[in-house]
Design a protein around this ligand. Structure first.
Ligand SMILES: C[S@@+](CC[C@H](N)C(=O)[O-])C[C@H]1O[C@@H](n2cnc3c(N)ncnc32)[C@H](O)[C@@H]1O
Length: 236
């Protein structure tokens, strides 16, 4: 994609992002980029769960948006704790986007009750348990009518999918639009029967992904490969 009016195009942004470790595919990054690029100048993007900044760099790729990144940088083998924050800072600096990203090192569910800022685009990829995702979906209250909520690991994680079935399937305000891998696009609008039905139609894919995760926990990678899943990582 070519640059327009001196702004970096997707390819340029992805060149920076793909060097950063994380769980965002190129196709998913393109969805994030396109949604951010469709916003008016000065728009506010909020990201819940930034890790090393792979998705942050994509969301902040357009020069005319401001991004709030929320991540407490939890410890443990998977996420790495405070050293991950240093990596995040350095990755954003290398990509040249640090000045338009505000970092808040708090848990999203602690922040939400006192949140007062409007949000034009919301990306949710924080803690994946049912309760935290349920709370993160409630951040949609800060989006305008027609605003988008992008949800990662939808239909690949049990907690995320249960929260979607509990809160999005019966919702009167948030509609499912589609997905790129596990990245679901939701929109603040009245759902149609077909958008609800589209959620239900993802459930076989969800069950397949849960099955693959079980196989990987049992160290049965070869069996997972028979179902088309290659590599040691959970499907996303
Ligand atoms: C899957 S990673 C995010 C990946 C990132 N979006 C990327 O593209 O690479 C999940 C992140 O959520 C953060 N996290 C965990 N609990 C959180 C919470 N309650 N609120 C916000 N972030 C949280 C973790 O510290 C971790 O960095």
């Amino acid at each position: 994609m070519a640059s327009d009016a001196g702004r970096p195009g997707f390819r340029e942004v992805w060149n920076n992002a793909e060097m950063i470790g994380g769980w965002l595919t190129r196709a998913q990054a393109e969805v994030l980029y396109d949604c951010a690029a469709a916003l008016p100048p000065g728009a506010h993007v909020v990201e819940i769960g930034s890790h090393r900044g792979r998705s942050t760099v994509v969301l902040a790729g357009r020069v005319d948006v401001r991004v709030t990144a929320i991540d407490p940088f939890v410890g443990g083998r998977l996420f790495g704790g405070p050293t991950t924050r240093d990596v995040f800072e350095s990755n954003l600096g290398a990509a040249g986007v640090r000045d338009r990203v505000r970092l808040i090192t708090r848990r999203s569910n602690e922040l939400r009750p006192a949140w007062g800022d409007s949000i034009d685009l919301l990306y949710v990829d924080g803690k994946h348990d049912y309760w935290t995702v349920s709370d993160d979906l409630a951040w949609a209250q800060f989006l305008p009518e027609g605003g988008r909520l992008l949800l990662h690991d939808c239909f690949s994680s049990i907690g995320v999918t249960l929260a979607v079935l509990r809160h999005i399937l019966p919702s009167r305000h948030l509609a499912y639009e589609g997905r790129a891998g596990s990245l679901a696009t939701l929109r603040v609008m009245r759902p149609t029967p077909s958008s609800r039905w589209a959620i239900v139609r993802q459930l076989p894919w969800w069950l397949r992904n849960v099955g693959i995760k079980i196989l990987l926990r049992l160290r049965l990678r070869r069996v997972a490969a028979l179902a088309g899943h290659l590599g040691p990582y959970d499907p996303f």
